[in-house]
Each structure stands twice: as structure tokens, then as C-alpha cells.
Design a protein around this ligand. Structure first.
Ligand SMILES: Cc1ncc(COP(=O)(O)O)c(C=O)c1O
Length: 396
């Protein structure tokens, strides 16, 4: 008897919400011998590299680069502005705010957490209540996760800034745009963000391992008033190095820097506004397909309100714990890897689509086609015409 063949040979597609697909230009830029770290091209490229990083974050302020993932930049940012015993406010729309809050507790901060669950964006009235109740202005920072990758909620950072201004509350606005930088519109200076943390393996399309903390003058004033800051996390020498090694407090992440250079070139050649527009269009096509499938009653989008959905990741549920089965099918039969459900109680039902960074229309249609195939194989009831709905968005 002939066995049903697995169809997973060929170029596979990692469609998880980070690390994201790396462009060939990034891979090729890294394929080289170790450079001299004391003199020459690597050192010469740093001023333009930091300038171009700031352009992506839309800030004229300083940036410190760390050999660290997102967790590292969380701790780096906190260590520069929050002293033990100080309070931070953490409005949570998913697992990642909890993670940042735990990091704050780890450095001795008091955390006031407002939990909005895993399917709702911030309720600004509740945040306002917490800030109003803070009569002595004990809250020194608000930990604001722009896009929570676990829930795919995109929170309204400008509205939070307005709230802080309206209440005349001096807390620093600290934004995590690890999932949104280079995908969703993010404007550090225009939105009045004081500290931005991000990492390189999502919209910045490079291998995990470098992270960035951008900070403005208000944040720097708080840093200057700190009794002490951990030597390694201190952002001051990194942002204003007299010597090359001070950027990294030691040996530079040499190949990451070459990869990052290539990624920034791609972003700026396309234009950041165009990068955001591409992500929005691709996300809208994905939603059109998912909303059509959802008519069958088995598939659900985690975030109901389109205005609060990320353009870089979409969290979904398949009733009856069939998300895990769907992922297994797409990965083992088709060569398409989808993201696990993260921080959700119904782990086996939840899964996520990553559509961040180096993605285009044909990749999104392939991902949706893979899902359609898996749902056919698993006999999952669904609305008809999902791929047509997505195609209509891309064709428009
Ligand atoms: C929004 C957000 N914050 C923080 C992190 C943590 O980053 P890392 O896994 O690089 O430590 C992630 C990772 O997915 C994330 O999506």
C-alpha cells in the first residue's frame, strides 16, 4: 500500500511571532570572518547604525545597545530608572506585561498590576483611577506593552500619554515595542514615550541576541538621580561611548551588527511608513480569512476589535483543544510552523500567526492556504471563502 506522503520537504516557513524570517541580505551580511574589533569598518559603521536605529523608533534621543534579548532590555531599562522600593504601574493585556512586572519585582520595585485579562486592551478609566489614587506620586513609571505578543492586543500608547499629561502625573512612560517596532506604527518622540525597549529578532529581522533601550532627557534625569545602577546595565557609557568597547561593555556582537546593518538598509529603502502600511495590509488580509473561517463556529480571533489588533501577530483559538493538532499538521505535513498559544489557560486551543518583518503577500497566502489545508484534514467546520476574502484584500 502506498503511504500518504508528508509534504513538508522544500523550503519551510517559520510563521511564529518571533524570531521572524531572516532576509537573505541579513544572512549574507553575517557570513564573513570575525572582524577587527579595535579598528576599522565595524567601528566606523556605528554612528550611522545608531542613527538608523533611532529613525526606526522615531526618536532623536539616545539609544543603548545590549547583548541581550527582550528580557534583558526589560531589566536594563528598569535598572536605570527604578530604585529598590519605588513603585511601577503595570497595566496588563497579556503575558508580557506580567513578565516585565516580575522583572521589576526582581530588582526590588513595588508593582501595582492592573490585569485586563488576555483578550482586552487597556481600560484607560481604570488606569486613571490608579493614577488619581496615587496622591503622593509614588508611581515612578508605567510599564506599557504596546503589542502584547501573547494576546496580539495593540494598546493605545498616545492615549496613555494624554492621560498622564491630563492628570499631571510625572511617572515615566516606558514602552515595550519588542513586537511592534518595524511592524506597527510607533512614534517614540511624537507619542511622548520616555523609555522604549525593543529587541532585534522580530520587526528588525536579525537573529535573537541584541536589544535596544531608547531614552529621553526626562528618563536620563531620573537615571542621574539614581543612588546606583548596575554597572553592566548602565545606559550612560553605551549611549555616549568614548571608546568602541563601551557601546557593549566588552566585545561587540560583531555579526549581529552586520546583520542589523543589512536589516536597517532594507527598512529604510522601503521606507518606515511603507513598512507599516505593508504590515497593516497583510494583517487585514489575515483577519479577513480568519473572520470568514470563524463563521463556522470553531475558530475564534482572540481580539474582537480590529482597532486593537496587532499588525504583526494574530492570536487564535480552535475550540476543543484543536489548535495543537492544527499546528502539528501544518508543521509536519506542510513545512509551515505556527506559533504556540502563550500565557493562555486553554493552551491546546490557542495558537498564533506571526506576520512580522520580512513577510509579503505570497507568504501570507501560503500561510492561510496551509491553515485551510490543515482544517480540511482535521475536518474542522468553518465558513467558506476565507482565502478569497484574503485575496480580495491583497488585490484591492
Ligand atoms: C512584547 C514582548 N515583550 C518581551 C518579550 C521578551 O523578549 P525575549 O523573548 O527576546 O526575551 C517578547 C518576546 O516575544 C515580546 O513579544
Amino acid at each position: 500500500m502506498t503511504q500518504t506522503p508528508a509534504l513538508s520537504q522544500g523550503r519551510t516557513y517559520l510563521a511564529i511571532p518571533g524570531p521572524s524570517v531572516m532576509p537573505d541580505a541579513v544572512l549574507q551580511a553575517m557570513h564573513r570572518p570575525s572582524p577587527n574589533i579595535y579598528d576599522g569598518a565595524l567601528i566606523d559603521m556605528m554612528p550611522d547604525l545608531t542613527r538608523d536605529l533611532r529613525r526606526v523608533a522615531r526618536t532623536g534621543h539616545d539609544v543603548a545597545i545590549y547583548i541581550a534579548n527582550g528580557h534583558g532590555t526589560w531589566e536594563a531599562a528598569l535598572s536605570n530608572v527604578i530604585a529598590p522600593g519605588e513603585t511601577v504601574l503595570a497595566p496588563a493585556s497579556g503575558r508580557f506585561t506580567h513578565g516585565w512586572a516580575e522583572m521589576a519585582e526582581g530588582i526590588g520595585a513595588k508593582v501595582q498590576l492592573i490585569d485586563f485579562g488576555t483578550s482586552s486592551a487597556w481600560d484607560l478609566d481604570r488606569i486613571a483611577d490608579a493614577l488619581r489614587a496615587d496622591k503622593g506620586q509614588q508611581i515612578k513609571a508605567v510599564l506599557a506593552v504596546h503589542v502584547d505578543t501573547s494576546s496580539s492586543i495593540r494598546n493605545d500608547i498616545p492615549a496613555l500619554r494624554k492621560l498622564l499629561n491630563d492628570l499631571d502625573h510625572p511617572a515615566l512612560l516606558m514602552a515595550d515595542c519588542i513586537a511592534s517596532l518595524g511592524c506597527d506604527r510607533f512614534e517614540m518622540d511624537e507619542w511622548g514615550v520616555d523609555v522604549t525597549v525593543t529587541a532585534c529578532q522580530k520587526g528588525l529581522m536579525t537573529p535573537a541576541g541584541t536589544g535596544f533601550v531608547f531614552f529621553n532627557d526626562k528618563a536620563q534625569a531620573k537615571r542621574a538621580a539614581m543612588p546606583r545602577v548596575s554597572r553592566y546595565w548602565d545606559w550612560q557609557p553605551r549611549a555616549n561611548p568614548d571608546l568602541f568597547y563601551q557601546y557593549f561593555d566588552g566585545t561587540a556582537p560583531t555579526h549581529h551588527l552586520y546583520g542589523l546593518r543589512a536589516a536597517l538598509d532594507l527598512i529604510h529603502a522601503e521606507g518606515i511608513e511603507q513598512v507599516w502600511a505593508r504590515h497593516e495590509r497583510l494583517a487585514t488580509a489575515i483577519w479577513a480569512a480568519c473572520e470568514t473561517w470563524a463563521e463556522g463556529g470553531a475558530l475564534h480571533l482572540n481580539v474582537a476589535d480590529r482597532a486593537r489588533r496587532s499588525h504583526a501577530v494574530t492570536a487564535l483559538r480552535l475550540t476543543g483543544g484543536r489548535g495543537t493538532a492544527l499546528r502539528a499538521f501544518t508543521e509536519h505535513q506542510l513545512g509551515l510552523t505556527l506559533g504556540i498559544g502563550l500565557g493562555m489557560e486553554d493552551y491546546d486551543s490557542c495558537f498564533r500567526l506571526g506576520h512580522m518583518g520580512h513577510v509579503n503577500g505570497q507568504m501570507v497566502m501560503a500561510m492561510l492556504g496551509g491553515m485551510e489545508t490543515a482544517m480540511t484534514a482535521l475536518d474542522i467546520p468553518r465558513g467558506k471563502g476565507a482565502l478569497e476574502a484574503a485575496a480580495a484584500v491583497l488585490a484591492a
